[in-house]
Design a protein around this ligand. Structure first.
Ligand code: MTE
Ligand code: MO
Length: 372
């Protein structure tokens, strides 16, 4: 069993698949803290978790022609200036189960918990690439990452991002060796992973073994044959993966974590809580909440760290305290977020449904009963 050596996991996690291990925190824990504690940070593994020795670990950075390839130990990585930022990581499949309810899709049944936030610290990728002699002049170039996890045929997990993002100091792409002040837990990429703020989780390659600059995107299955969006009219007979761009920045997202769907709440006052986030460093400027299925709206209060323009890498938690409208036996609670480009979430799943169930960001809806 290639999974026999996987780490022990926290019992509170809701497991979507045991081998490979995929799990999310339950909603009430997800937004209990602005920073997600490491043991309940959602986990998305495609393969067995490698068991890497920090003393013999090496990161290979391929240099440009005429440049210098690097073979970095952990100690070498610690020599680069240490950069620490708060970043929310979201899987492209977050909230997929809502797409499934509309029409069948292929993929893990994530609820709204395939998203978490941590303080990440490490070397900036731009500093490491510069040391290897890379410059921005290479046109249309991509930075390809390879993990040290692999399938039985020896194929490693891989993904890529555009070189322009990798080389931009303001994009703050990290080769992270710390998560919330601790060495990375094994499930989250020990000893080194990529953190690409504002970008889909799939590009944050864990157990990083190799970095190279290439004229084309990574040839990995997960770059080319997965993690792409399609029209609702496309099915598995007609899908052409080459026709769509790989997902990089994610669209604006929000979800309700309290109360839970199907719950019975007290009459009087209701407290609604949740998270909101947008990709590409776009800040969340507002969250609207409706108690009547979207007919009337109230503005939620935003909590969490103040966001920097164009560098809003982390989510906002939000809450709304409101009187339960008199005489109501049930409430249809809805939330939707607005980012600083005034992007909004679509109201239903139908127009964004896609065969892989990615990019699921319709208004989040929770139905509750009111105690008599
Ligand atoms: N990196 C490697 N090497 N192997 C993987 O399976 N999964 C990716 C990404 N990096 C993956 C990986 C996906 S799809 C996501 S959403 C994130 O890691 C999840 O990171 P987490 O498990 O730390 O939450
Ligand atoms: Mo993912």
């Amino acid at each position: 069993d290639p999974y026999a050596d996987d780490p022990i996991r926290h019992p509170a996690l809701k497991v979507n698949s045991q081998r490979p291990f995929n799990a999310e925190p339950p909603p009430e824990l997800l937004t209990e803290n602005y920073i997600t504690p490491n043991p309940i940070f959602f986990t998305r593994n495609h393969l067995p978790v490698p068991n890497l020795d920090p003393d013999t670990y090496r990161l290979h950075v391929v240099g440009p022609p005429g440049g210098q390839s690097l073979c970095l130990s952990l100690d070498d990585l610690y020599q680069f200036p240490k950069h620490e930022i708060t970043v929310t990581l979201q899987c492209a499949g977050n909230r997929r189960s809502e797409m499934t309810r509309f029409k069948e899709v292929r993929g893990l049944e994530w609820s709204a918990g395939a998203i978490s936030t941590a303080r990440w610290a490490g070397a900036r990728l731009c500093d490491v690439l510069a040391q290897a002699g890379h410059q921005l002049s290479e046109t249309e170039a991509h930075v390809c990452f390879e993990g040290l996890d692999s399938d039985p045929t020896g194929t490693a997990y891989g993904a890529s991002i555009p070189l322009a993002r990798a080389m931009d100091p303001e994009a703050e792409v990290l080769l992270a060796y710390e998560m919330n002040g601790q060495p990375l837990p094994r499930d989250h990429g020990f000893p080194v992973r990529v953190v690409v703020p504002g970008v889909v989780g799939a590009r944050h390659v864990k157990w990083l073994g190799k970095v190279s600059v290439e004229p084309e995107e990574s040839y990995s299955h997960w770059q080319r044959r997965d993690y792409k969006g399609f029209s609702p009219c496309v099915d598995w007979d007609t899908v052409d993966f080459d026709s769509a761009p790989s997902i990089q920045e994610l669209p604006v997202q929000s979800a309700i974590t309290q109360p839970k769907d199907g719950e019975t709440i007290e009459s009087g006052e209701v407290t609604v809580k949740g998270y909101a986030w947008s990709g590409g460093g776009r800040a969340v400027v507002r969250v609207d909440v409706s108690l009547d299925g979207g007919l009337t709206w109230q503005v939620a209060e935003l909590d969490g760290e103040e966001q920097h323009a164009r560098k809003a890498w982390a989510w906002r938690l939000w809450q709304l305290q409101a009187p339960v409208p008199a005489g109501k036996k049930e409430l249809n609670i809805v939330c939707k977020a607005v980012d600083d480009s005034y992007n909004v979430q679509p109201d239903t799943v139908a127009p964004i449904w896609n065969l892989r169930g990615v990019l699921s960001n319709a208004w989040h809806r929770v139905h509750v009963h009111v105690a008599p």
